[in-house]
Design a protein around this ligand. Structure first.
Ligand SMILES: [Mg+2]
Length: 459
């Protein structure tokens, strides 16, 4: 069975997403594209893995005896992590051997996770540990893309701006942001230590918010006395971007501070825009006065741990913020930008990394300072979350015409229930686990492989 996928380049996120972006270099011009035929088939269980792909010109390629993998050099994989490679602290059985196996074939792959809050190298270390891989094995490193990793590629002029950063561990997030090149990063802790009146509760001031720094460039969080005065002191703090780095812990403080900036005049903390509530303006005047852009690192409402019920993620924080915003503004829209899956920004970043894989991964460095691109024909995205992994891959249509094909595993957040027989966003295939996902993909490419041989190749 084949299906037709329309290239709806811009996702539904745009309903609540501003089109103005702070990083022009990230933006690709998109035009209407013709429908594409994606030659994949949907199979409901691993007992029905495709024997061979009838459409593939490479049928009868063997595995793992194939030593010349040039025939597979134009396909690649993108793995989600949580719920795909491990669940809680436990690695998914066979994931380690499978990864070693495809690594031994010099196949291209990246890890594309909506997780964040830590440095990419820390994620490499934790993933290696959970999978029982040596940190010295070249299986994980330099291949991890976190939800906030695309910010590395933002324009220098944006990185020179003053940004508010919040997340699970704001100080850690700031250090990562500094390493990305953001020179003026402020956390909520900085603000409450700079102005004790900003937040009337101090329960977490000496714990979660104990680490703080002086405001950049001698700015003050106490310079504004009259919120409507436009005679602004030279040292008044102005925030240009709001970066929700990953799932925040102190929702109360973060929602308060983000609200304050979104109702401000031009991002000056402590001011109020005179345009708020003006029915003659778009969005009734809300977010129409130079307020900072709001960036959410991912939209995952829930994520999977070893606890039997899914846990709230960054998307849950956003929904809480939306609820407060709607109440405050009498139903105005909250304008924000989203990174992470299913955002096109994130898939663009991953796609570029895969294209440049061979020129950047040799020894973990660029070769001769160049990042030559090696064309791709098809990328398989293997994930557990229909709303992010599957939707993002289905809707992503890179300019070079590469097909992104989604594969959903049963080891994560999605399970078939009485009320949800099929996920809302339909994958190319549903398989039991990530190993079967690779078997399905390789068979779809005409490679004669089964689970046993794939695992033996990486033992
Ligand atoms: Mg996941």
């Amino acid at each position: 069975m084949s299906r037709v996928v329309l290239c709806t380049r811009h996702l539904g996120l745009t309903a609540t997403t501003k089109l103005s972006q702070p990083a022009p270099s990230l933006i690709q011009q998109t035009g209407s594209r013709p429908p594409r035929h994606v030659p994949v088939r949907t199979f409901r269980s691993t007992s029905h893995l495709p024997e061979k792909s009838s459409h593939s010109p490479k049928a009868n390629t063997s595995w793992p005896s194939t030593s010349d993998t040039k025939s597979l050099s134009d396909i690649a994989f993108a793995f989600d992590i949580d719920g795909v490679l491990y669940r809680g602290g436990q690695g998914i059985p066979g994931a380690r051997e499978m990864l070693r196996s495809i690594r031994s074939k010099n196949m291209r792959y990246v890890f594309l996770t909506n997780g964040g809050g830590a440095h990419e190298d820390a994620k490499v270390a934790s993933l290696s540990k959970r999978l029982g891989l040596s940190i010295d094995e070249d299986v994980i490193r330099d291949r991890v893309i976190l939800s906030h990793t695309p910010m590395r590629g933002w324009a220098d002029e944006v990185k020179k701006q003053t940004v508010l950063i919040t997340g699970s561990h704001p100080e850690t997030a700031r250090k990562i942001a500094n390493e990305y090149g953001f020179e003026r990063a402020v956390t909520p802790a900085d603000l409450i230590h700079a102005n004790g009146d900003l937040y009337p509760f101090d329960n977490l001031k000496d714990t979660l918010h104990s680490e703080f720094r002086p405001l950049p460039d001698g700015k003050s969080a106490s310079a504004i006395k009259d919120p409507y005065s436009r005679s602004l002191a030279g040292n008044a703090l102005k925030i240009d971007q709001i970066l929700v780095w990953n799932d925040p812990r102190d929702w109360s403080l973060d929602i308060q501070v983000i609200h304050d900036l979104l109702v401000s005049h031009n991002g000056y903390l402590g001011t109020l825009s005179s345009r708020n509530g003006n029915r003659g303006l778009p969005n009734n005047g809300w977010q129409q006065d130079g307020q900072p852009e709001l960036w959410i690192s991912n939209l995952d409402l829930v994520w999977k741990t070893e606890y039997p019920v899914n846990r709230f993620g960054t998307g849950a924080f956003l929904e809480a913020l939306k609820g407060v915003w709607s109440a405050v503004t009498n139903g105005a829209e909250l304008h924000y930008n989203a990174l992470g899956k299913p955002s096109q920004f994130t898939y663009d970043y991953a796609h570029t990394r895969l294209l440049q894989y061979y020129s950047t991964m040799e020894g973990g460095r660029e070769v001769g300072g160049r990042k030559d691109a090696t064309p791709l024909r098809r990328v398989y995205m293997i994930g557990d979350n229909p709303e992010s992994d599957i939707r993002g891959a289905n809707e992503y249509c890179p300019e070079d015409g590469t097909e992104w094909v989604s594969i959903l595993v049963r080891t994560g957040v999605w399970t078939e229930t009485e009320t949800e027989r099929e996920p809302r966003y339909k994958p190319g295939a549903i398989v039991d686990d990530v190993v079967d996902g690779i078997v399905w993909a390789l068979r779809n490419e005409g490679v004669d492989v089964d689970r046993k041989t794939l695992l033996a190749g990486g033992a």
